[in-house]
Design a protein around this ligand. Sequence first.
Ligand code: N01
Length: 567
Amino acid sequence: MSNSSSHDGAAGARPEHVDVVVVGAGFAGLYALHGLRERDLSARAFEEAGDVGGTWYWNRYPGARVDIESLQYCFHFSDVIREEWDWSERYASQPEILRYFDFVADRFDLRRDITFNSRVVSAVYSDEENLWTVTTDKGDVAQGTYCIMGTGLLSAPYQPPFPGVEDFRGEWYHSSRWPHEKVELSGKRVGVVGTGSTGIQIIQTIAPEVAHLTVFQRTPNYATPGINRPLSKDENRAFNARHDDWLREVHSMFSGQTSDFPAPTKSALEDSPEERRRWFQDRWDNGGHPQTLLYAYKDLLTDEKANETACNFVRETIRATVKDPVTAELMCPKDEPLGAKRVPLEFGYFETFNRDNVTLVDVKSAPIESFTENGLRTTNAEYELDVIIFATGFDAITGAMSAIDIRCKGGPTLKELWTEGPKNYLGLMIAGMPNLFIINGPGSAGIKANNVLGVEHGIEWALSTLDHLVGNGFDRIEADEQAEDEWIAHSNDVAEASLVSKAGSWYTGANIPGKPQVFMPYFGGWPQYREICKQAVADGYRGFHLSRSSERGDTARTQLQAADIGR
Ligand code: N01
């Protein structure tokens, strides 16, 4: 396969010619490189960060930790990795996850195909040459027939444009661009803006260390307990021994995750209030990924009344934990279903607000106006602070791809194509962007399941598609526009049929002012999603156009039966 490698990683280098250009060196990029090498396909990956890890490279803030069990939130494609790696905690910390990335990159010698500290600024497809040209901010250029976008769904940080940041005399940080060196917080007056998963992790971690912590909360969250504990080597071995069975089970779970509890069969409304409370309490006490509580009953995500029973359980628990009733009430989420936003996992978060050195400030009723020389000013008061931490999230799912000038020569950019919301077919490919594979992007079920499973699915789909193309003499694949429309309509239907689209969040784009609001993940369930993708392939790549560039115009059109989608 092609590899005229002239790449030296230096600015102004001649284009490197490879079969596939890969963007990103997180879970997607690493698996892509490994799979491509196994097929003897040449590749060049570009990564903005200084090393592997994707979002885990950047999110070094205090308390950063995974919220899906470590044994599940990792690669599943390789027996070698599983046999040689042990997780030390039920929920691994960010440093351990980064060591895991390091281990995988070393084990498969992947770094030699990655150019680090190079942010991809454009990816342009030439129809004439059937070639993607990918350029970085350092002037590196790689050309390949195919391009895999492993840019991540939570990788473009969002920072609200508060005026006066430059006037602030203290230090400020965004959680997702946390410095590599230790940030000294002890004895300081610290403010945290944002109470999503990130803010919660930071707040519960730094509270004992700082002189005073002021939490600026706009919307409270239904956080559920993690209950972390060490994992023994034996537990790792036992999981590995039944890995095949686990994989079968997880692929049959709507949530794309397994838990210590069986899949629900009852409606929440079938039980008496006392039975329901016991049922919820069991799951709460066991801790675990939020899915445990969300799937305590079969209708919590589809029936408002059923969902409200779970919301009330969480609110009662918050009121029983947070001693100051005014603070407790502010921390109780209202007017949105449990599970519409991603539910954060907490490790002593609510108890943190019983500390004398922690204050909650409601910035819904009195929004933040600006930074000042000495801190932050809301419409109500000024707060003097030494350090301010933005835990204000991400331009999620589409942000990283939209920041790149992705287009076909002479055509609209991806950002322009997506002005009314992201469109694609099966969350895998985009009409008008041939040979561009998107991984766990909008339209994928992985976002609402386990992201690593979502990534592995996307990469395996891309790799097996490359096998098919190469094996059959094709070199071009593109999603059909009508198939795309049908898929988006189906995705919207399944989201509308549940409660997940009933709150604004990073799932819908509502967290970014001006972003089109569409529920972006696929919520038909992990098994159904996998089945639909599999069936499209079994039906001869239904909804895709496969062709040979040597026979321009001789398109091997696959019969579109879009009406079958979702059945
Ligand atoms: O971001 P978020 P995140 N004034 O968007 C607030 C994953 N993750 O980084 O809700 C005041 O959830 C905003 O307020 P509101 C996980 O999937 C995983 O916390 O918009 N506040 C909100 O409170 C997660 O879901 C882990 O009213 C402002 C916060 O900032 C996803 O990343 C750990 C504001 C942003 O919350 C995103 O989580 C961490 C303003 N102008 C993250 N603008 C794991 O455990 C925004 N906010 C694996």
